[in-house]
Ligand binder design. Structure first.
Ligand SMILES: [Zn+2]
Length: 132
């Protein structure tokens, strides 16, 4: 097994940021019915609501979706809301470190889809997340 697949397995077995945060400022429940993946993401923002200072999430589903959310939860801490809203889907390829087949793209991007929807004032579609 290569090192990247090992990373995904470890994050799916022991996902990061499962503990309660002090305050929930933004949240979103995202699902990918084609695979049965779900994540419930909760974010704590700084007092000016400009950046993420806490992440808490729960989810179930395939290893790619759960490891992806776990890896993204580490990345989200300290990032600005505008940075998260404009980051491209490439970040998930970088974090997961493996090639994602088109069939699994929604698994890989589920966490990012949840984060963008939690932090955006408008509804962010799957196409928006996949194409930027
Ligand atoms: Zn999946």
């Amino acid at each position: 097994m290569d090192i990247f697949a090992q990373n995904i397995l470890e994050h799916s077995r022991c996902p990061h940021h499962q503990n309660k945060i002090d305050r929930i400022d933004a949240s979103f429940e995202a699902s990918n019915p084609s695979c049965g993946d779900e994540v419930n993401l909760r974010l704590q923002l700084d007092d000016k609501r400009k950046s993420v200072i806490g992440v808490q999430w729960k989810g179930e589903g395939c290893a790619i979706s759960q490891a992806g959310m776990s890896l993204l939860s580490d990345w989200l801490i300290g990032k600005s809301v505008s940075q998260i809203n404009t980051i491209s889907s490439h970040i998930m390829h970088e974090l997961l470190g493996v090639e994602i087949s088109p069939r699994r793209i929604k698994c890989a991007l589920l966490g990012l889809y949840a984060a963008k929807n939690a932090l955006s004032n408008s509804n962010v579609s799957w196409n928006d997340v996949i194409n930027i």
